[in-house]
Design a protein around this ligand. Structure first.
Ligand SMILES: *[C@@H]1O[C@H](CO)[C@@H](O)[C@H](O)[C@H]1NC(C)=O
Ligand SMILES: *[C@@H]1O[C@H](CO)[C@@H](O)[C@H](O)[C@H]1NC(C)=O
Ligand SMILES: *[C@@H]1O[C@H](CO)[C@@H](O)[C@H](O)[C@H]1NC(C)=O
Ligand SMILES: *[C@@H]1O[C@H](CO)[C@@H](O)[C@H](O)[C@H]1NC(C)=O
Ligand SMILES: *[C@@H]1O[C@H](CO)[C@@H](O)[C@H](O)[C@H]1NC(C)=O
Ligand SMILES: *[C@@H]1O[C@H](CO)[C@@H](O)[C@H](O)[C@H]1NC(C)=O
Ligand SMILES: *[C@@H]1O[C@H](CO)[C@@H](O)[C@H](O)[C@H]1NC(C)=O
Length: 921
């Protein structure tokens, strides 16, 4: 049975606008260019050899191939190459020259793509000896694969219900594009090759401990970085050989590991393009990647995103994490999550907060009804604080107060009748808001010390605030912190007059224990770090959401074997790494860990639904069976009856069981309303009842929160950061009403079709204004007619401005309010205006493009255009008076239409040259 529905989008006027100008001050980094190296895509039947020969014979450009790409698949005919003696070639100009050749489809610069190790909850205790670990799970150590799946990320997504049916992804090969895998890990099969869990792969980077030039080999082992090993566990960890008893989402699937990042976390877009193509050509069933570049957020033009899109269009599911720049506001899906057809996955906080802490013990003098002395050792867990007792201790517990809701324990001097505390462990509640109460840990330490106290045991005020304590107060010799439930239990005993003797082990023999506390604050909601969509051209992103915050998984065996990671990227594991790629600017790359679970889920769907995987069908099923999430503003729990916006969570949390057994199929995955200029008011979609029974469908509408995409600030409208202001007041620029078409059936199905659009014109939204683009001294405007003295050395192609130069070189700070496909900066001579024989896109007479410009595909991140006395064509500019003109193409803009450009000119400035070494102003 087929029924058709015509859905007329109702534009209740809803508007989106944004927050502070946090992104307008500091220029964000762009990914690092590798000088003189490019990725080229040729037209289908063109030959690379002919191309290289033509560059040499027609332009005198000698090249050397770096990597060939996609030779055997028909989806990409290209390679990366290096221009020999590139010093004399300005990159944008060379790219224009190459792009103009008929054989060339596209050309991009090679960029390094540096992977953060991710935020890991490292065990804070010393690494325990094997077998000394204890844990607080109900599971026993002899798990077998038939014990019920109790892993919280699986309970949240119905994966436990499929495991109970022995649906484990059997027969599917999942290619993971990451830092490799430590396959010696027992939970990851212990071996590499046919018959092993990690059965296939390739290492594009090599094993040098500090990175360096790529040295490819056939073995994707990772003994140094760790991220891929965490991802591998989320996909396919084996419960039976796993100390903590969890499994991956698809423990029956096989892993193909493509190692794209080296021990220093450095890879490149050429490696990523080559590896995606290789996984595709090798015949992987599913391609998964937990990483992305944020610099081009919202555009799909990087070759990596392009290749990911093409692979997805052939029908192979490509599952990618959406990115970690939730704070940037909307339009921020990273590359390649931004790709068309790619499933971009948003992160939801785990409902449990797994942490590694230390184990201790306590005894009581309590006697129970049977007169059994309870002096037997009881276990408790703690975070070791600073300072930590110099040696093992056992002390009677004494409590400052007896109120588990206290907000001021030991914040004022303890009463006169306080006993001598020198031989006691003093229990107190952590202060929820130290600033509000003006009571900081050292204050509490001093009040306790005044009564002789030396040892303190904090209990956290909430599960999610449990962490280390640092007490810098004379006389305090040791501090630990315990969970709220432990504090409450001890207080209750003390209240009944029971004596509690707590043992704190010495630092060298603490035991590492995994504890999982329920998170009633953020658990189950979208993570605040998850990147928002849609893309700049209003393609819906992300598609779905999955647990990606605080996930326990496997880790390098040399580094404890297990870790908890979150999507937020933090410090690098190898900070002293020597990179062989030259770095122009610092990188801005993230990884996220929500996508492995969805990749595993696709394998479960593949096994259960049978037949060939088709990415389009699976995307539609995933999208329509996911569960919209309640909105959470990141601060206060608001389980209000309003749903989180589609541009934050897509269709919502994936529901594996519902997806696998879906009997109602749609021919679309979402409805694209576009913007006011391109409004698509009527949408037709078809519902197919693929089940045996008849069903009646009821179609309705569920409203999600609408938000302003932008906010007004003193420096004009800027994109809002998370959490965006909600629509209860009106603002200048108005966007996106969104929500879900809700389809319920008489078979108890609850399906959704997300829809998304913008109220307002993307094309009318300004990109540059006089307050977001100006001649700058760091972040401030420079007076007209300022005179600069530049050393001739700035004209050396190898010269790279540093942050000091932001105050002493003429530079235009450009802080686009929205993304732009094309950003030009031209130079205008003010002394001899007759020399201005070129034109900007809007017809302003000029000398030509500034060296290094134009640049393409920007997210709304700041850039600086430095005047280094050179034009893009290599012309050296004489001393004199100049101005710079920036032209930014509006979204959906037409390059040939003057109104589609924002044009901002700097004030005039004058330049002279010196033989000195430093520029001055
Ligand atoms: C699960 O499936 C595998 C492979 O088909 C089979 O060997 C195994 O016996 C099944 N387990 C159960 C509990 O049905
Ligand atoms: C812990 O180990 C270190 C280094 O092995 C040693 O110097 C120290 O004395 C030990 N501390 C205790 C309390 O045993
Ligand atoms: C808590 O302490 C107060 C004052 O010291 C006392 O009156 C009260 O009975 C105590 N409550 C419990 C449950 O111990
Ligand atoms: C919105 O309309 C523009 C102009 O027709 C088009 O280029 C763009 O792809 C559309 N976006 C979506 C998501 O359909
Ligand atoms: C949408 O469809 C309805 C019914 O077919 C039609 O009356 C209406 O004109 C259409 N609107 C647009 C904007 O195409
Ligand atoms: C479908 O069911 C959901 C959940 O019970 C409900 O929120 C929604 O309004 C229903 N939709 C329709 C069209 O009845
Ligand atoms: C700067 O160097 C050039 C070439 O070395 C020299 O001709 C010129 O006199 C120098 N100028 C000054 C001001 O030192």
């Amino acid at each position: 049975m087929r029924i058709s529905g015509v859905f007329c989008a109702l534009f209740a006027v809803v508007r989106v606008t944004a927050k502070t100008a946090a992104n307008a001050s500091a220029p964000a980094a762009s990914a690092n260019l590798v000088h003189g190296s490019y990725i080229v895509e040729l037209e289908a039947n063109e030959s690379l050899v002919d191309f290289y020969n033509a560059l040499s014979s027609e332009h005198g450009i000698k090249t050397e191939e770096r990597m060939s790409m996609g030779r055997s698949s028909k989806i990409f005919n290209g390679a990366s190459f290096k221009v020999l003696d590139s010093a004399g070639h300005d990159s944008p100009k060379l790219m224009d020259l190459i792009a103009a050749k008929p054989a060339v489809k596209s050309i991009w610069p090679v960029r390094t793509v540096t992977l953060d190790a991710g935020k890991t909850e490292e065990p804070k205790t010393k690494s325990p000896s094997p077998g000394s670990q204890k844990r607080q799970e109900s599971r026993t150590d002899d798990n077998d694969d038939s014990s019920p799946d109790t892993f919280m990320p699986h309970l949240m997504t119905q994966i436990d219900r499929l495991h109970a049916l022995n649906i484990t992804g059997k027969g599917f090969r999942i290619a993971m594009m990451d830092s490799g895998v430590d396959y010696t890990h027992p939970a990851l099969g212990g071996c590499f090759g046919p018959g092993c869990l990690v059965e296939h792969g390739w290492d594009f980077v090599g094993d040098a401990p500090r990175g360096g030039e790529p040295e490819p080999d056939a073995d994707p082992y990772d003994g140094c970085f760790g991220h891929g090993t965490h991802v591998a566990g989320s996909i396919a960890a084996q419960a039976s050989s796993n100390k903590y008893g969890f499994s991956g989402a698809a423990p029956g699937a096989k892993l193909w590991s493509y190692r794209c990042w080296n021990c220093a976390g450095v890879g490149s877009n050429e490696i990523l393009v080559a590896s995606f193509l290789r996984a595709f050509e090798d015949g992987a069933d599913i391609i998964q990647c937990s990483n992305g570049i944020e610099d081009f957020a919202g555009w799909a033009d990087e070759p990596w995103a392009l290749v990911a899109s093409r692979i997805a269009q052939t029908g192979v599911p490509v599952i990618v994490s959406g990115g970690n720049s939730g704070g940037r506001g909307m339009f921020s899906p990273s590359t390649p999550a931004s790709g068309l057809g790619v499933v971009s996955v948003a992160a939801v906080q785990n409902q449990n907060d797994p942490i590694f802490v230390s184990g201790g013990s306590y005894t009581t003098n309590e006697v129970d009804q049977n007169n059994d002395n309870k002096s037997a050792e009881n276990a408790y867990t703690f975070f070791a604080g600073t300072p930590y007792p110099a040696m093992a201790l056992t002390l009677p517990l004494w409590s400052v107060g007896n109120d588990t809701e206290s907000v001021s324990d030991a914040c004022s001097p303890l009463p006169d009748d306080t006993p001598d505390l020198s031989d006691k462990l003093v229990l107190l509640r952590a202060v929820p808001d130290a600033r509000a109460s003006n009571c900081y840990p050292p204050d509490q330490g001093r009040n306790i010390q005044a009564k002789g106290g030396k040892y303190m045991a904090y209990y956290a005020y909430s599960n999610t605030s449990w962490d280390e304590q640092f007490i810098y107060a004379d006389g305090i010799e040791g501090v630990i912190s315990v969970a709220p439930h432990q504090g409450a239990a001890w207080l209750e005993m003390l209240g009944r007059g029971v004596q509690v003797n707590v043992s704190i082990p010495d630092k060298n023999s603490t035991k590492e224990v995994l504890v999982e506390l329920e998170d009633h604050e953020t658990g189950g909601f979208a993570a605040d770090f998850t990147s928002w969509g849609p893309n700049w051209e209003l393609e819906p992103k992300p598609q779905v959401a999955s647990p990606g915050g605080r996930i326990l998984s496997t880790y390098l065996t040399a580094m404890g074997s297990y870790r908890v990671m979150s999507g937020t990227s933090m410090g690098k594991l190898q900070s002293s790494a020597i990179l062989s790629f030259r770095q122009d600017e610092s990188a801005d790359v993230v990884q996220k860990i929500a996508s492995p679970l969805v990749a595993g889920l696709i394998a479960l769907m593949g096994e259960a639904r049978g037949g060939k995987l088709d990415s389009k069908l699976f995307r539609r099923i995933l999208s329509t069976t996911s569960k919209p999430l309640p909105w959470f503003d990141g601060k206060t729990k608001t389980k209000a009856d309003i749903l989180a916006p589609v541009q934050q969570v897509g269709s919502g949390l994936v529901q594996a069981y519902d997806a696998v057994f879906a009997q109602t199929l749609f021919d679309v995955d979402s409805l694209r309303l576009n913007d006011t200029d391109h409004f698509v008011a009527n949408h037709t979609f078809t519902i197919e009842n693929a089940g045996a029974e008849e069903a009646t469908y009821e179609i309705g509408h569920m409203k999600a929160l609408s938000m302003y995409a932008k906010v007004s600030t003193l420096s004009g409208d800027v994109l809002a950061g998370y959490p965006n202001p909600t629509v209860d007041s009106w603002a200048e620029l108005t966007f996106s009403p969104d929500g879900y078409v809700s389809i319920n059936s008489t078979r108890a199905e609850h399906l959704v079709l997300p829809y998304l659009g913008v109220v307002g014109s993307m094309r009318s939204a300004p990109i540059l204004t006089p307050v977001t683009a100006f001649l700058a001294n760091y972040g401030s405007p420079v007076d007209a007619n300022t005179s600069y003295t530049l050393p001739r050395s700035v004209q050396d192609p190898a010269f790279e401005p540093n942050t000091d130069d932001d105050g002493r070189l003429p530079n235009m700070l450009l802080s686009p309010i929205m993304g732009t496909r094309l950003l030009h900066v031209h130079v205008v001579a003010l002394d001899e205006t007759s020399k201005n024989d070129m034109k900007t896109p809007t017809g302003v007479p000029c000398l030509g493009a500034l060296g290094g410009w134009p640049k393409r595909y920007f997210a709304a991140v700041s850039q600086r255009a430095y005047f280094l006395g050179l034009l893009a064509d290599g012309t050296v500019l004489p001393p004199g008076s100049y101005k710079m003109v920036a032209s930014a193409l509006r979204i959906f803009g037409d390059e040939s239409v003057a109104e589609d450009w924002d044009v901002i000119e700097t004030v005039p400035f004058s330049v002279q040259y010196s033989n000195g070494t430093a520029p001055s102003r």
